[in-house]
Ligand binder design. Structure first.
Ligand SMILES: NC(=O)c1ccc[n+]([C@@H]2O[C@H](COP(=O)([O-])OP(=O)(O)OC[C@H]3O[C@@H](n4cnc5c(N)ncnc54)[C@H](O)[C@@H]3O)[C@@H](O)[C@H]2O)c1
Ligand SMILES: [Zn+2]
Length: 360
């Protein structure tokens, strides 16, 4: 079985990655010596496909319950967290119990937030079921919910005790979700791995179709390794961890101006990366590498940007984000494929030019 260790001192944990792991949960959790009951939190869609299977696996070794929330971003709310606290209390949950997040990033963030706060923190395990969650949100310990004034504004750093990745579950995922999640995979190649970049250049369409198990597994593992290493060096995002936001400065703004409905997160990031590659020319990225990078992202064929997007509105959304972070406008750009830098040397005028050129 493939294993990536996330080395964070006393908060260290393993990520196990292999097709079929959902059938082998008891053997994976044995070494954690979990006590108490298991509370699996999932969304209605994922629970309808994998809920019973996972519940039965945990019931082999102890008492387990399945709690579900409606699918979608709106479940990442304080009222949904509150409803889960109530259900946990009604079921007699206590500090020794464990929460399992079974689902995509929404469930990982919400269930992780509940685990971080219920009785000042109880153990939790991530079983991510989307590409995005398997390569990104389940690793690194950022958990949280949204506030009406913005996404992910309420949360914590709270590491899971274990991450179980079964690539087989991706077969039930919409292809649009697969493509969006693969934007984050391409992101890892851009920021730190020219070899992964070449692999994606050669095999992207096969990976989108999830054709070759060994290849898909290796790619997911590589992304987890990269994220684990970045998080090891900078768990609380005081510096380096920001490189994981390549494509996200514009990506977040695109999500905001399209009301978080038109584009999936990964789709906004794909467009954000195309623009960030253009801006990376100012950091020495060659024209040839810009084209190679943009061609790879375009092969994801994600949903296009709405035609009437206003560059000024995007700049405003970026400025709001910046104000909220009490920060200068940091950009993650590339000096070459596989090497990222954090810079604030990009003027709004340069951004506007790129936005105007690439829109639509
Ligand atoms: N914590 C972090 O570090 C981090 C990083 C990136 C993103 N995020 C968060 O992740 C969230 C997005 O995550 P997401 O893209 O996984 O979305 P999601 O959790 O909403 O899942 C997308 C859809 O796919 C369905 N689904 C999930 N797994 C499935 C499967 N195997 N088969 C069939 N359907 C399945 C879900 O029901 C949902 O409708 C956002 O809220 C974002 O803020 C967090
Ligand atoms: Zn992202």
């Amino acid at each position: 079985m493939n294993r990536v260790h996330v080395d964070l001192g006393e908060n260290s944990y393993d990520i196990f990655i292999q097709p079929g792991l959902l059938q082998e949960i008891p053997s994976l959790t044995r070494s954690l010596s979990l006590q108490g009951s298991i509370f699996i939190i999932s969304d209605t869609r994922v629970a309808s496909i994998y809920g019973e299977l996972v519940l039965k696996q945990f019931q082999k070794v102890g008492k387990a319950h399945l709690l579900t929330v409606p699918e979608g971003e709106s479940s990442k709310s304080i009222s949904m967290a509150d409803s889960l606290y109530t259900q946990l209390l009604q079921l007699g949950a206590n500090r020794k119990d464990t929460i399992i997040a079974l689902g995509g990033g929404v469930i990982g963030d919400l269930a992780g937030f509940v685990a971080a706060t219920f009785m000042r923190g109880i153990p939790f395990i991530q079983i991510p079921t989307t590409v995005l969650a398997q390569v990104d949100s389940s690793v690194g310990g950022k958990v949280g919910i949204n506030h009406p004034m913005g996404k992910n504004l309420i949360g914590a750093f709270y590491q899971p005790r274990l991450v179980i990745i079964d690539p087989d579950v991706l077969h039930s995922l919409d292809e649009r979700q697969v493509r969006a999640g693969l934007a984050e995979v391409i992101k890892y190649a851009f920021i730190s791995d020219p070899v992964l970049f070449q692999t994606l250049e050669t095999h992207l369409e096969s990976i989108i179709r999830l054709e070759e198990k060994t290849l898909v597994n290796a790619v997911l593992e590589k992304c987890c390794q990269i994220k684990a290493e970045v998080v090891r060096q900078d768990e609380k995002e005081s510096g380096l961890r920001a490189i994981l936001n390549f494509g996200h400065t514009l990506g977040h703004a695109l999500e905001a101006v399209t009301g978080y409905r038109t584009l999936y997160h990964g789709e906004a990031v794909a467009h954000g990366m195309i623009m960030a590659l253009e801006l990376s020319k100012t950091c020495g990225l060659s024209n040839q590498e810009v084209s190679r990078g943009q061609n790879l992202v375009r092969r994801l064929e994600v949903a296009p940007l709405p035609e009437n997007l206003d560059p000024a509105a995007i700049l405003e959304a970026m400025a709001r984000d910046k104000k909220r972070l009490k920060n200068v406008q940091n950009w993650i750009l590339l000096t070459s494929i596989g090497n990222a830098v954090i810079t604030n040397n990009i003027s709004p005028k340069q951004t506007k030019t790129v936005l105007t050129d690439l829109r639509g």
